[in-house]
Design a protein. Structure first.
Length: 307
């Protein structure tokens, strides 16, 4: 009898433990499902909002032109689960209809496509200079707007604080490597002779300002934050200004630049300082400021006396 009683008691304890573990697993699963179900499914055709949301920790379920994201945006990396809407300016309507979308976050450039989302609410968030000179607030305020829209203001505030810390760390790393390099002109080549110079109302202004560095410009920018210049215009820059070239830069254009007599006479890489940076989304938000700072902290500068 004693043996049978011990066997029955042991069996009872085992079954109770199993039931308890199963109950715990079900509770955890249920909590995870509830947590996931509470998360808003955001679609953003705009790369700037998509990048900042991703960096914040609330990546959209879909954005456009994912296939060339790395070529123009670079960081942050998109989750592998994200859906490609096709061309950003003309999203795939049939694909959108199949997505469980709670909200679309775009800006005025994409408002023409809102009819494709049916009854899904759409909100516009734009990170850009409000005046002739871009400020840190021009990028923190849209980030906070995103936090409100996804019903998680704390996530946005935490990201802003962390972003400033990341930029300060990148600044310190850069200063340790190139203490004399303090002035920068930023360009992106359209072809071997024509380029965009990014000026005071671009994101380069607050990014460099946060890094205690100066953005040097040749003229007042358009609404996109740049002024078109030709290669010969670079001669107006003083010898203490380091030229930053933003990728992408095609191999053909690169070869034509190197063969250019004007470029050779300018002396970049020899008597003048130059550096090439990985892609950063020029029209992005807070995540672009952080990416730019990170890229600058790792850049290889060459030429000139500032090194």
């Amino acid at each position: 009898m004693t043996t049978l009683k011990w066997f029955a008691l042991t069996l009872c304890l085992v079954l109770t433990a199993c039931n308890s573990q199963t109950s715990t697993q079900k509770t955890a699963t249920s909590e995870a499902e509830n947590s996931h179900s509470d998360r808003m499914n955001i679609v953003s055709p705009d790369w700037g909002n998509a990048a900042t949301l991703t960096a914040m920790g609330h990546a959209p379920i879909a954005t456009g032109d994912v296939r060339v994201w790395d070529r123009w945006v670079g960081s942050p990396k998109l989750p592998t689960s994200i859906t490609d809407l096709g061309i950003r300016y003309q999203p795939n309507a049939e694909l959108i209809a199949q997505l469980p979308v709670d909200m679309v976050i775009d800006n005025y450039f994409y408002e023409h496509a809102r009819n494709l989302y049916g009854d899904v609410p759409a909100e516009s968030v734009m990170s850009a200079a409000k005046g002739e000179t871009a400020t840190w607030a021009d990028y923190t305020e849209p980030t906070r707007e995103l936090g409100v829209l996804i019903d998680n203001p704390k996530m946005a505030e935490d990201y802003i604080v962390q972003s400033q810390k990341d930029i300060q760390l990148a600044s310190q790393q850069f200063k340790e490597r190139y203490p004399k390099a303090k002035k920068f002109a930023v360009v992106q080549f359209a072809d071997a002779n024509n380029m965009r110079m990014y000026v005071a109302n671009s994101l380069f202004q607050p990014a460099l300002e946060q890094m205690d560095r100066e953005l040097v410009v040749l003229g007042k920018g358009n609404q996109w934050g740049f002024v078109p210049i030709r290669m010969g215009d670079l001669a107006q820059l003083d010898d203490e200004t380091c030229l930053l070239i933003i990728d992408p830069l095609s191999p053909i254009t690169r070869a034509e630049i190197e063969d250019s007599l004007i470029w050779q006479r300018l002396g970049y890489g020899n008597t003048r300082c130059v550096g090439e940076l990985p892609p950063v989304w020029i029209y992005g938000g807070m995540s672009s400021l952080v990416s730019l700072a990170d890229n600058l902290s790792e850049v290889s500068l060459k030429g000139g006396e500032v090194l």
